[in-house]
Design a protein around this ligand. Sequence first.
Ligand SMILES: [Zn+2]
Length: 613
Amino acid sequence: MAGVLIPDEVIDAVRNHHDIVEVVGKYVHLTKHGKYMKGLCPFHSEKTPSFTVTPELQIFHCYGCGKGGNVIRFVEEMEGYTFPEAVRMLAEDAGIPVTWSSNVSGHSQEQDNVRNKIIEAHELAVKFYHYILNNTRQGDEAKRYLIERGLTDKLIDQFMIGFAPVDWDVLTRFLINREFDPQLLEKGGLISVKNDGDGYYDRFRSRIMFPIRDRNGKAVAFVGRIVGEGQPKYLNSPETMLFTKSRMLYNLDLARPAIKKAKQMVLFEGSMDVIKAWSAGIQTGVATLGTALTEEHCLLLKRYGDEIIICYDGDSAGQAAAYKSIPLLEQSGLKVLVALLPNGTDPDEYIKTHGGDAFRHGVVEQAVSVTKFKLIYLRKNHILSREEGRNQYIVEAVKIVAELDSSTEREIHLKELSKEFDISLDALKQDCHEFRVQHQNFKHQRDNNQFSWNNGRNEKRKTERSSTVLPAYVNAERRLLHVMMRNRDVALAVHDKLGDSFNIDNHEAIAAYLYAYYASGYEADAARFVATLEDDELERTATELLMMDGGFPFDDDIMDAWIQDILKVPKLREIEKKKEEAVRAERAGDVMMAARLLQEINSLERELKNYLQ
Ligand SMILES: [Zn+2]
């Protein structure tokens, strides 16, 4: 994507014009530490800084979450932009003419035309439905219904709510009359092909229409709600090239400024809740669209805020969904709170009955911690009047409390349990301690397996990581790439001697990009090189390798030794495999097979020896 459609000169100009320290400094407070600048990572929550910016290389890298790249990548991550959007923003900022607009989305000209047409059709449909709701007899019932639900004319205008009449093809005719291609409208999710294949009809009929806007505020899809009772209550546009449910959130465009300011947002289940909450003065509300919360949603949310309040329906389905969302949101680094609604009500109804102030002050601002919510949730699933239910509840409750890092908080919850169920506090503390030990062991194993570390907690391990934890060939590949990215001559020598024979996929890919990069005549330039990598993960790995401690000795002999370490891995693996087979054959009494395998192992080992001389 990078550099293919946007001219290289523009990308270079953008990078040269923006000092990464200055750009990052707008978002992160940086302090100088020798060659690096350090600060608290904006992409994950941490208490000790593991986020670094290196002015010399013009790159950033976080030792905590692994994010890294050049100034363009930083803006992408920070603002939730695509690569072309980030380049455009930086270019405009620097007064560099934006002359590549037709291809700026990173798609072909033709794709762009299709996308623009689909957006244009949606924008027209929004106005059309809105007009019908406000100005025609057909819209009367829907309008009355909305007003009854507590919506004002102002809200209806602001969110451009509309009404799709009962007729089969009123939108189809409206758009085709304006020379839209019906095939394109079908592709965009606005109309459907008739069963007999002859002609088209409107996808939404007799529904209140809520436009779904993308991040830039352009309508790209609809949620249609039935008036009164009926099924399905809500109908969403199908997935299209512009509408991906797993990645889009209702109202993110309007809520973004308020979220950025408050660093906090409220997550609702539906568009109606978001709109009603808006009227109650909560302008940080977003909602998923006909799908459960995904990891991608969470990452998107984390880009704008630090804290999220889940405000789902008070019925058991809503509470179960809230419970399920917590780990996903927490994994992305968000602090999670849960707003509690009385049994069976949803935010929309609550506001209608009790008013906006009561909702804001009494529900959203009273949101409880995750632990508190889990305990309340757990209670509902146990029959506390029976001894068995009570015991189960206490065991589960202590497990939840054990997950808390703060000993004060643990003590508060345990005291409450002790008082309520008349159990000694010491016994509860003992159980809690045991759960914590089990939990730590599990976490420790997991960390070791992935060579991952947490913020600050394993501060010591990370500097030694590359030298002691990893096998020799992994270290050799990492160090070699580190030098190659900084030195063109070394890269050319490695190209001749090793080629693409790196054993780790990401390393092989980075080497391939690097060979291509130097072959195009460029000099070593870390920030420029990482811009040519077309993949987040590769960019992260490359930055991590660039940022590793370069204090190791290096000369031609060392380089050759590393190359040999790398080259012998496949042979060693083959020998290893054959040895296992030989042992199995011997156990199974297949002497012939075992002897043959041993012979093969011998010759492989000889080969390896000669090969390395
Ligand atoms: Zn980080």
